[in-house]
Design a protein around this ligand. Structure first.
Ligand SMILES: Nc1ncnc2c1ncn2[C@@H]1O[C@H](COP(=O)(O)OP(=O)(O)OP(=O)(O)O)[C@@H](O)[C@H]1O
Length: 791
């Protein structure tokens, strides 16, 4: 069976039902029928062309699930016969192998366009939102009605009063009243009254009065007619329209009478908007102050300054004369001062030739906001190779994607500055791409990472020896991959190779505990191994990510640093620490991680090869109130299980390598999932086969080598048969000689296999002889059990 056939299947296929009994962990044993049904439903959604999970909810394994419930890990039979667990595993637990055809990932399209299920789910969500909104406003309806009616009444009263005032020419009436009170003579007053009467008559017969009254009268008459003839409902649109007009008039009057309140509203609005809008005049002024342009000069604006986001604005312009974007960068501080913002709230990018610049400026710290990881909304696999993992957002609010291909990566910063949160996004993202094998090694506190365990091909903590072994295994794997490249005549593994050679990502967290030279001691061996691999493994789809606290040149191997195409610094203590992570000269280039303000967990500076280093903040996945990574890992497990890419489901040469030497497995965090390696259920290699053979014979005390070999051959196909050792009898007479040869050669191969399996464990197993009932040489059951550590 080839790796291709082993490593899962087409993960984009529309697999709506998954047999959870065939997963690495038998979910039917861990979950109740309802949870299984929900998981099946969720699978159906997820494995359709693009998933939609929100309506189904999240599956959580019961906390009392014990590892003993799990189906034993299954290992593939090795071509050169390294070991095989076929005997130790019930036949029905063998996962069905489906060839995994590579499917390039595509940008997700709106779910609802892709399947009827998603359309229904999206429609249900929209309906829920509309219903809730409706209920909220219905509850407030009396208030709205009252406000509407009050303003309509105010409109009617005010404008009705004004019409009356006009038609009655009340200004004349008022003037006459004043004249009477002032004792003006009667003749004059009589003349005023006559004029008042003329004006009043003239106003009543004015065209606009007649038109207005005619219009209003017919409107009212028509409405009343409708109401009388067809009922109130038929007349209500006309009534509402009239009330609406009165309402608008009322609002106008209210604003006129409450100038202070209107002003306050206006001010509040301006406060929200005015800060963010930097006009062309301010930009020119700032550039003059910074002497980027002459005192009389002006930049040529390409369009108006635009507001982008809640507190930022952006302008594109051409600098006059010799000034270029480099001149702007050099005067960044003065420009920031002139615009009254922090230097980090300002950004220049090239918009064409070096004189054409896009200026972005924010009126508040754009990284002060906490943004949740987009991974929390993931409903299907993500494309780590092509698009990368969304790990954070930059000052413009754009998502930063981390692509871990053909690179080594380094993360460093002080304690409690957000390295763990950043790793959270990275590991969750990696878990969601089934083409990746995650190997997580933790220097301290493996418990913190336990959630990720199920998705990790390897996960262990605090074991320097095992890390060395892992490095050796990775090196062996790298050599195997290099041999392949040599055979096919290529220099690099690519995305198309991922099915045969999954992307191996080794993450070493709290690496200082593994890499630091002890006082007066020697540099740990793992340092040189790391440096060696960093030099040549990246092209072989092997990535090593080191995360370290308080980094300096002692904790970060120099050669590793030089090969790290991805470097991310959270807050550091000193410029030296910043340079130790981001590379020499980083500080000089404005990448000042030691200037990141305290108390802003997750703020970081990213320095990726081929991109401008920039300030950003990692995405947030809740870590204190509850474990926000859990649903992501649940989803990842569903995806991986369906693709036969969950840890334990596929042949893993790296874990095999470590198991051979230690007898312990750290697949998915070891048998307990806690990051503590242990003897895996069914992971006893050749000893497991021997025990099964004894079991087959109802556990005799001992068994002669010849008999044992025959049983192994029976159970484990021809690799243990006489033919494998050139010991088949050629004729009747040759029987005894051939049997002797079989025992000698086969016995030797068996003891070599046992030695290889126990190498490094401190345990051993050898044959013993006995005389009765016949002279023979073989193995004692108790010895095998002791060697397997299960005595
Ligand atoms: N991007 C972020 N947004 C909001 N809060 C964050 C962010 N990143 C980290 N934090 C908060 O900052 C605190 C410290 O983060 P974290 O545990 O990741 O730091 P650390 O560098 O891994 O610490 P240590 O080295 O001691 O393990 C946490 O409480 C976390 O909730």
């Amino acid at each position: 069976m080839t790796d291709t056939a082993v490593n899962g299947h087409d993960i984009n296929s529309d697999t709506s039902t998954v047999d959870f009994d065939k997963s690495a962990i038998s979910l039917t044993k861990l979950l109740g029928p309802e949870q299984i049904a929900a998981l099946q439903q969720r699978m159906a959604n997820h494995t359709a062309a693009a998933g939609h999970a929100s309506t189904v909810g999240t599956i959580r394994l019961p906390t009392d699930a014990t590892p003993s419930d799990a189906v034993p890990y299954e290992y593939e039979r090795d071509d050169d016969g390294v070991y095989d667990q076929a005997l130790a595993i019930p036949a029905q637990a063998q996962p069905e192998r489906t060839p995994w055809r590579h499917q390039p990932y595509r940008e997700p399209r709106p779910d609802a366009f892709l399947s009827w299920d998603h359309f229904k789910a999206a429609a249900a969500d929209t309906f829920d939102t509309a219903r809730n909104l409706g209920a909220w406003h219905a509850w407030r309806l009396p208030k709205y009605t009252w406000k509407f009616a009050a303003l309509a009444a105010l409109g009617g009263w005010t404008y009705g009063g004004r019409a009356r005032h006009f038609l009655q020419a009340r200004e004349y009436g008022d003037a006459i009243d004043q004249a009477v009170r002032a004792g003006v003579d009667a003749e004059q007053i009589a003349a005023m009254r006559a004029e008042h009467s003329d004006v009043r008559k003239a106003r009543w017969s004015e065209k606009r009065t007649l038109a207005g009254m005619g219009l209003a009268g017919s409107y009212v008459a028509a409405t009343v007619y409708l109401a009388v003839q067809y009922g109130l409902i038929a007349a209500s649109p006309a009534g509402l329209l009239a009330l609406g007009v009165l309402h608008l008039l009322g609002r106008r009057e209210w604003r006129r009478r409450n100038p202070d309140e209107v002003l306050a509203l206006l001010e509040a609005y301006q406060e929200k908007t005015s800060d963010r809008v930097v006009g062309a005049a301010e930009i020119n002024e700032a550039l003059r102050l910074a002497e980027v342009i002459g005192q009389e000069a002006e930049v040529e604006m390409y369009g108006p300054v635009r507001a982008v986001g809640p507190s930022a604005s952006e302008a594109v312009f051409k600098l006059p004369g010799k000034a270029t974007i480099t001149t702007l960068e050099a005067r960044r501080e003065v420009i920031a001062k002139a615009l009254n913002v922090d230097v980090t709230w300002l950004d220049f990018t090239k918009a064409g030739d070096p004189g054409e610049v896009k200026l972005w400026v924010s009126s508040e710290d754009p990284l002060a906001v906490v943004r949740e990881s987009p991974l929390l909304k993931a409903t299907g696999p993500i494309d780590v190779w092509g698009q990368g993992i969304p790990i954070g957002f930059n000052r413009r609010g754009e998502i930063i994607y981390l692509r871990l291909r053909h690179v080594m990566a380094l993360i460093g910063g002080m304690s409690r500055t957000g390295k763990g949160m950043l790793l959270r996004s990275i590991i969750c993202g990696l878990a969601l791409d089934p083409r990746i094998n995650i190997r997580l090694v933790v220097g301290a506190k493996p418990g913190e990472h336990r959630t990720y365990g199920p998705a990790c091909a390897t996960f262990f903590g605090r074991r320097p020896d095992r890390l060395e072994l892992l490095m050796e295994a990775i090196k062996a794997e790298a050599q195997r991959r290099e041999d392949y490249l040599e055979t096919v005549g290529r220099a690099k593994l690519t995305e198309a190779d991922l099915q045969a050679f999954p992307l191996e990502i080794v993450i070493i967290d709290e690496a200082q505990l593994y890499l630091e030279k002890p006082a007066g001691g020697k540099l740990p061996r793992v340092v040189s191994m790391l440096e060696d691999l960093a030099g040549w493994a990246a092209a072989l789809n092997i990535v090593i990510l080191v995360s370290t606290q308080d980094p300096d040149s002692d904790t970060i191997p120099r050669k590793f640093r030089n090969n790290a195409g991805v470097a991310i610094a959270t807050r550091t203590k000193t410029a030296a620490q910043t340079n130790a992570i981001l590379g020499d000269g980083a500080t000089g280039n404005g990448l000042r991680a030691h200037d990141i303000p305290d108390g802003m967990g997750g703020q970081m500076i990213t320095n990726f090869d081929g991109a401008k280093g920039e300030r950003a903040r990692s995405c947030f996945i809740e870590d204190e109130k509850f474990d926000g990574a859990l649903p992501i890992i649940d989803l990842a497990m569903v995806l991986r299980t369906a693709a036969n890419r969950a840890p334990g489901q596929f042949r893993d040469r790296i874990e095999e390598f470590m198991l051979e030497r230690t007898g312990e497995s750290s697949v998915a965090g070891g048998p307990t999932g806690s990051g503590r390696p242990g003897i895996p259920a069914g992971g006893l290699g050749i000893l497991g086969l021997m025990l099964a053979a004894f079991e087959h014979k109802r556990n005799p005390e001992r068994m002669a080598t010849g008999e044992l070999l025959a049983l192994l051959a029976e159970a484990d196909e021809p690799s243990w048969g006489p033919a494998a050792f050139d010991a088949e009898p050629e004729g009747e007479d040759d029987q005894a000689a051939a049997a002797g040869l079989y025992v000698t050669r086969g016995g030797k191969a068996l003891s070599q296999k046992i030695a290889a399996h126990l190498d490094g464990t401190g345990r051993s197993l050898s044959t013993r002889g006995w005389q009765k009932p016949v002279r023979a040489n073989g193995y004692y059951l108790a010895d095998i059990k002791a060697a397997a550590g299960i005595a």
